[in-house]
Design a protein around this ligand. Structure first.
Ligand SMILES: [Zn+2]
Length: 88
C-alpha cells in the first residue's frame, strides 16, 4: 500500500492549529504525563529564569518550557496532554 495518499502537508491543517493556539490558555487544562492529574494551566506553578517553565501543581513535573529568541520569536516545548477549547 502506498502511504503517500494518507497524509497532507502541515499547511492543510493551518486553520485548525490557528484555532487551537489562539484560545484562552489560562482556562485550558493539562493532564500530567507523570501523575495523571488534570489541572487548569492557571493553576500550574510558573518559574522565570532564562526562560519560563510551567510545572504540574500536583507532582512538579515539567508541563511547558518557553524561551524567547528575540525578534518576536519563541521556542515552545509542551509536555502531557493539553485540553484546549475553541474560542467562541
Ligand atoms: Zn503531575
Amino acid at each position: 500500500m502506498d502511504a503517500s495518499g494518507l497524509h497532507i502537508d502541515g499547511n492543510g491543517v493551518a486553520g485548525t492549529l490557528e484555532e487551537i493556539f489562539t484560545t484562552e490558555i489560562t482556562v485550558a487544562e493539562r493532564i500530567c504525563q507523570s501523575c495523571g492529574s488534570r489541572a487548569p494551566i492557571g493553576a500550574h506553578r510558573a518559574y522565570h529564569g532564562a526562560g519560563l517553565v510551567l510545572r504540574c501543581p500536583a507532582c512538579g513535573d515539567l508541563g511547558a518550557r518557553v524561551g524567547a529568541l528575540g525578534d518576536h520569536h519563541h521556542v515552545l516545548e509542551l509536555r502531557g496532554t493539553w485540553v484546549l477549547a475553541r474560542s467562541p
